[in-house]
Design a protein around this ligand. Structure first.
Ligand code: SF4
Ligand code: SF4
Length: 447
């Protein structure tokens, strides 16, 4: 049963505009069976129908029928949704819930006036995290904050607890910026080793290129070692995924068009992705640009070339020799890899090529860690609860390290494990493979 959602509206007013409203055929595909409920992180936490996929679909139907309006309470049920798409993996009727939440986020953004503090936070988050150049400007002060020991001191004295909740979340997620490749800019072309097998272009991402450049460097080295010519266009900008999370569709469309224009002249077989959230967004450009006659076909062709790096390596078969790494590694599936892209086996198969490495599975592996793009910064409490839950599942294993494939997951898991007093190294799976191929010790991992 739905609880009272706030003042019901009367007179059957039109709640949604005609620009991409939640589509009737998507809504009607739901047969209300409830198979998705137990896979939904917010239903798992709170057990409330209106914070489940089925409940949210029902809420959309109620708004279309004019039974409810876009009140604060109503909108909160959609804001709570992580967009993790675990419900899509679980749904036997093939309900495309991702398209529904995407449409809802746009409608909410256009028709609901958020409280001032939320508007300011969301604008700030979008303005900073989708612009690598702006993030780079923050690097010097953030590095000084860590190098001078101010971060340690602030945490030890409990000063970070005095920050507003959103800033506290950002501070907690801040990665270790001491790695020499953290924000290094890759050369625009990296030659293949041995006979060339493929030409690829690497998407460097926003957060990843600035705060975790070592992942891009490791990805490029591995691809080159496996015979790929790797192109890395400079100044790539945002792919639009973060803007879509915030319901800012026009900004996302502009970002997608810019990226298509930038990559189009490159004669490559594959567009390689190593951040699951960006990967899911790029593979969906055909849908995103469906109304744009100039870009629609180009977007479809662009998306067809996009592959996660684990897919590329599965196709190529290993050629570069691997050095052993004796390590027990828990694997965390990013939602945008397992649910949005349907990739579970490929990254595992890739890690199994490393001699000595023991892969461990987590209980509740299909459940989101709470990172979910920018979710951790705008829905801090829920993200924190889910992060703690994931950390507990990791700690329950004998893992010596954690591997994953998305910068948000990496930051979230590291922060939550640190908070739990169990500071395991959390790496992108490409860092592990790079260490094995190059025979070097793991960055941030056991020597
Ligand atoms: S599993 Fe699919 S059809 Fe069943 S309630 Fe959930 S979304 Fe609807
Ligand atoms: S996307 Fe994730 S959080 Fe949202 S309804 Fe589906 S399972 Fe729940």
């Amino acid at each position: 049963m739905m609880e009272q959602l706030a003042t019901p509206v009367t007179g059957n007013p039109k709640i949604f505009d005609d620009y991409h409203p939640p589509a009737a055929e998507l809504l009607n595909a739901c047969v209300h069976c409830g198979f998705c409920l137990q896979t939904c992180p917010t239903y798992t936490l709170w057990g409330k129908e209106q914070d489940s996929p089925r409940g949210r679909i029902q809420l959309i139907n109620m708004a279309i029928e004019g039974e409810v309006g876009l009140t604060e309470l109503y909108v909160s049920h959609f804001d709570h949704c992580l967009g993790c798409l675990a419900c899509v993996s679980a749904c036997p009727s093939g309900v495309k819930y991702g398209k529904l939440i995407e449409a809802m986020r746009g409608q909410v953004e256009r028709h609901y006036l958020r409280p001032l503090h939320q508007r300011v936070l969301r604008r700030m988050v979008a303005a900073v995290f989708s612009r690598p150049a702006r993030m780079r400007k923050l690097m010097a002060p953030l590095r000084a904050y860590q190098r001078l020991g101010l971060q340690r001191l602030a945490r030890a004295l409990g000063l970070t607890a005095l920050l507003p909740r959103s800033l506290r979340a950002m501070e907690q997620l801040l990665p270790d910026l001491s790695h020499r490749e953290t924000s290094a800019v890759l050369p625009s072309r990296i030659a293949p080793q041995g006979e060339k097998r493929r030409s690829v272009v690497l998407l460097t991402g926003c957060v990843q290129s600035v705060f975790m450049g070592q992942v891009n460097a490791a990805t490029a080295r591995v691809l080159a070692a496996e015979g790929c010519e790797v192109l890395v266009p400079p100044e790539q900008g945002c792919c639009g995924a973060l803007m879509m999370d915030l319901g800012q569709e026009q900004e996302a469309l502009d970002s997608a068009r810019r990226l298509i224009d930038q990559f189009a002249p490159l004669a490559v077989d594959t567009i390689v992705l190593n951040a699951a959230g960006c990967g899911a967004a790029l593979k969906d450009y055909g849908y995103l640009l469906r109304d744009d006659p100039q870009y629609r076909d180009r977007a479809i062709a662009f998306s067809a070339k996009c592959k996660d790096v684990s897919e590329v390596l599965a196709e190529l078969k290993p050629r570069a020799p691997r050095h052993p790494i004796a390590l027990r590694v828990a694997f965390h599936d990013p939602c945008h890899l397992q649910h949005a892209q349907g990739l579970r086996e490929q990254p595992r198969a890739m890690l199994r090529t490393i001699p000595g490495l023991e892969l461990l599975e987590l209980s509740e592996g299909a459940l989101c860690c709470g990172s979910a793009g920018l979710y951790g910064l705008v829905q801090q409490e829920t993200a924190h609860q889910l992060g703690q839950r994931k950390a507990e599942r990791i700690i329950a294993t004998p893992a010596q390290a954690v591997a994953t494939g998305n910068p948000g997951c990496q930051l979230q898991l590291r922060a939550m494990l640190n908070e739990a007093g169990h500071p395991l190294p959390v790496m992108h799976y490409m860092e592990l493979l790079d260490a094995s191929i190059s025979g070097t010790h793991l960055p941030g991992g056991p020597a």
